[in-house]
Design a protein around this ligand. Structure first.
Ligand SMILES: [Zn+2]
Length: 807
């Protein structure tokens, strides 16, 4: 599935009737402790085998004209009709095996009636000739930009059920078919679709016909099109898989930084997953105004062009993680596919987990543990809203972070090689087919003889996470940890059973450890201390293998020892976090000495944030050192957290106005201008060439320049221009928000604002609506907005949207 910004996902709070909760768990293939009607399997009466689509467009009119032919076989003894999804599609002709058939168009699709019932096992062909002005699923970008500056593109986004708006068919993931696509379009552009390019033929009318065909079956929602002004760079993975890197032809310098490590990711995944890439070639294509981060269409991933970066922008944002995520989906999601929304975690948790594994491979163990921590925090935060299980259609955004943590724990429980073997067997057994959670669970029993019912029960079929309260006492020849589980127990949340390590570090530098099952309301772990050594610090679950929250009762000296001497970064980080409320004078020396030992950004960043408000010369020296650090994150944390820039250190901070990172330059410019307004003109002059991804830095520079001198109309006009549909959506949002900060609105901006508020792209419409709402509440602008609305010629739908703001 599409990779979304996890923080932006509002988990669906599913209202469920308690009487539906199953109190005894039946050994079925579809386990759930919650009623899940939305996750039910859809019924259908034929098996789709292949699809041939012949399609063309009139982009200025937003028109799709297509002919689609499906080969299918009835899977009931006798069928007299066939229903296909296709909302708002206008059908011109429908034939069965070449002969016209009766059909009835409904709001959601089409029912085709057979004069003689079709019997099972016989193959038939149904052809639909149609046209559509799709509201979803297929998007025309920039074709109506009156200034002719926007990129012109056509692209699709099928998941979950949006392909049906431009491609009628059985649009559910539980029936796979071989797809073949012929696209005829203006020969100035390039066209990408799924599978191998069979041919690219010139037509006499200045168009070309591109012909793509999939080598194996996949689900209909994974059918894609990407059309625009692109160039293509082709390379090969170690296994021989062809990798096509599509890039916008106007920015060739962005190709390499954008796709950096792509072949390495493919090499890594083929080895790590243990099953070869199945689709022959792999293409990726950036598109403007994409609705999500990226989408794993089979053999042809689409991603937002906000990931298309040059060498300098690469420091501030890169595509590596999303690249690995979508590529993983080529196995988990595309090669094997869940039948319904109940098991989306079988796609997203794996894509998130293997992307994290690639990060470990490339960036090291600390990076991996830090990613695990971010996921654990997201999972625990989601549980504050609801405690829905992973295997549940209402699981929400937790299928990404929690699912990834759970797969890491599964591997921790069964062992690396065992995990690897079971996963490969699971993929091989079900390739080009559909799966349920059961198939994954039973693979561990089939391959390794391991019964993982208990693990799936607590981590996948039920919700929530364990909360531990941990303390310890020193026995005569042992250290005894007392562990209580303090989470609320109910029908979907249970006590967790997990093997957990306790590790006792002694003042002489030696360590004793013990791994025990921790389960039920309370347990103990007894770690022998035969030598009667003096304890330096004790760790519960060192390196944070378990997804949990916990309270460990320790004093300052023990946290200090842990911060200085724990072997794993994440345990040292946890010790620092435990000191957040400690008096600054008590911890300052410790924080500074830990900073000087640490190499990883998370611990350094935590220290800088704890010291940010400390008015002390030692602290100022540390910040001065941090802003000159070679590590991007240290410089970023220092300039972001610094509370006051001492005048004596200003020259050092000014150097950040020429930082290699646009983002750091932008933050430094803002801070310096705020603290030393007298020198604003000088700072602005020094940073006058700033750009940044989606013009972020440029827009901050323009806003500050306008604040400094309102008479410079050039800057204001540039900023207003950035709000227009000639620019991609993130630039437009940045510009709207900058103008809002300036409390400036004119007719041109207002026109842009209405246009953006009505966009199909919710990621543009949402922020634009917020800005419009802000202005509408301002006395200066209220009438201007009301007049604009009253004089406009809006459709009923547009009125409904705008009416929420303009009342
Ligand atoms: Zn995904």
């Amino acid at each position: 599935m599409r990779k979304r910004n996890i923080l932006a996902i509002v988990a669906t709070l599913t209202v469920f009737n308690l009487s539906f909760i199953s109190f005894t768990k039946a050994q079925t293939q579809y386990s759930s402790f919650l009623a899940d009607p939305s996750g039910a399997l859809r019924e259908h009466n034929v098996d789709m085998e292949d699809m041939l689509l012949d399609i063309h467009f009139k982009p200025e009119k937003g028109l799709v004209e297509g002919k689609v032919t499906y080969t299918f076989t009835p899977i009931r003894s006798k069928i007299d009709s066939l229903y296909l999804d296709g909302p708002e599609i206008n059908f011109k002709q429908v034939t069965l095996d070449g002969n016209d058939v009766k059909y009835k168009k409904t709001d959601a699709g089409i029912t085709i009636y057979f004069s003689t019932p079709l019997i099972w096992d016989a193959k038939h062909k149904i052809m639909l000739d149609y046209e559509a002005h799709p509201k979803k699923g297929l998007y025309f970008i920039g074709w109506n930009d009156s200034t002719n500056r926007s990129r012109k593109e056509i692209w699709t986004q099928g998941e979950l059920t949006d392909n049906r708006y431009w491609l009628p068919g059985y649009d559910d993931p539980d029936d796979k078919l071989i797809t073949e696509v012929l696209v005829t379009f203006d020969s100035k552009y390039k066209v990408l679709s799924n599978g191998a390019k069979i041919s690219e033929k010139d037509n006499k009318d200045g168009t070309k016909t591109w012909h793509y065909k999939m080598p194996h079956p996949h689900a209909l929602y994974l059918v894609m099109l990407g059309i625009g002004n692109y160039d293509i760079f082709t390379t090969k993975a170690a296994s021989g898989v062809t990798i096509n890197e599509w890039y916008n032809a106007d920015v060739p310098e962005k190709r390499e930084p954008t796709y950096r490590y792509t072949d390495d990711i493919m090499n890594f995944l083929e080895k790590e997953i243990g099953v070869p890439y199945a689709w022959g070639s792999y293409s990726q294509i950036p598109v403007q105004d994409f609705l999500y981060g990226a989408m794993e269409n089979t053999s042809a991933t689409i991603f937002g062009d906000f990931f298309e970066v040059n060498n300098r922008e690469f420091l501030d944002r890169n595509y590596i993680g999303v690249n690995a995520h979508e590529m993983t989906h080529q196995w988990f999601g595309d090669l094997i596919t869940c039948r319904s929304g109940r098991n989306m975690w079988l796609h997203e948790s794996f894509a998130t987990y293997y992307a994290k594994l690639y990060s470990r491979h490339h960036f090291g163990e600390d990076n991996y543990r830090w990613n695990c921590r971010g996921e654990a925090n997201a999972a625990l935060a989601a549980s504050k809203t609801d405690q829905n299980p992973l295997e549940y259609s209402g699981a929400g955004g937790r299928i990404y972070p929690k699912g990834s943590c759970v797969l890491g724990m599964l591997r921790y429980v069964v062992g690396d090689e065992e995990y690897h073997k079971a996963v490969a067997a699971y993929l091989e057994k079900h390739k080009f087919d559909n799966v349920e959670a059961y198939d994954f669970r039973i693979a561990f029993h089939d391959v390794l003889g391991i019964n993982l019912d208990w693990f799936f029960d607590e981590w996948i079929e039920r919700g929530g996470e364990p909360h531990y309260d941990v303390s310890y006492e020193q026995g005569i020849k042992s250290t005894i940890l007392h562990i209580k589980q303090t989470q609320t127990i109910n029908d979907v949340l249970t006590y967790f059973k997990m093997p957990i390590v306790a590790e006792v570090h002694y003042t002489d530098g030696t360590v004793d450890s013990k791994k025990e099952w921790v389960e039920g309301a309370s347990s103990t772990i007894t770690v022998p201390n035969t030598g009667g050594k003096t304890i330096d610090f004790v760790l519960f679950d060192p390196n944070s293998e378990i997804l949990k929250s916990y309270v460990f009762h320790k004093g300052f000296e023990e946290w200090k020892a842990q911060a200085l001497r724990a072997p794993n970064m994440i345990d040292r980080y946890d010790a620092l976090v435990a000191l957040r409320d400690t008096d600054i004078n008590k911890k300052r020396d410790l924080l500074i000495s830990v900073y000087n030992k640490e190499t990883y950004q998370a611990t350094k960043t935590e220290i800088l944030s704890q010291l940010a408000k400390d008015d002390n010369t030692q602290t100022y020296s540390l910040f001065k050192k941090a802003i000159a650090d070679n590590d991007y994150d240290a410089r970023n944390a220092a300039i972001t957290n610094i509370n006051k820039i001492p005048a004596s250190d200003m020259a050092d901070y000014e150097k950040l106005l020429n930082d290699s990172s646009y983002h750091i330059e932008e933050v430094a410019l803002g801070k310096l201008c705020e603290e030393y307004p007298d020198k604003k003109a000088e700072f602005l002059d020094r940073a006058k060439d700033i750009q940044g991804i989606n013009l972020t830095g440029r827009i901050v520079w323009l806003r500050l320049s306008i604040e400094a001198d309102r008479n410079k109309t050039d800057n204001l006009n540039t900023l207003i221009d950035y709000t227009t549909p000639a620019f991609e959506f993130r630039t437009r949002i940045n510009a709207f928000q900058a103008l809002q900060a300036l409390n400036y609105l004119d007719n041109k901006t207002l026109r842009s604002l209405f246009d953006a508020s009505l966009s199909w792209n919710s990621r543009l419409a949402g922020p634009a609506n917020d800005v419009l709402t802000f202005y509408y509440k301002e006395d200066n602008y209220h009438k201007m907005i009301k007049d604009f609305y009253d004089n406009g010629n809006w459709t009923k739908e547009q009125k409904e949207t705008l009416g929420k703001v303009v009342k």
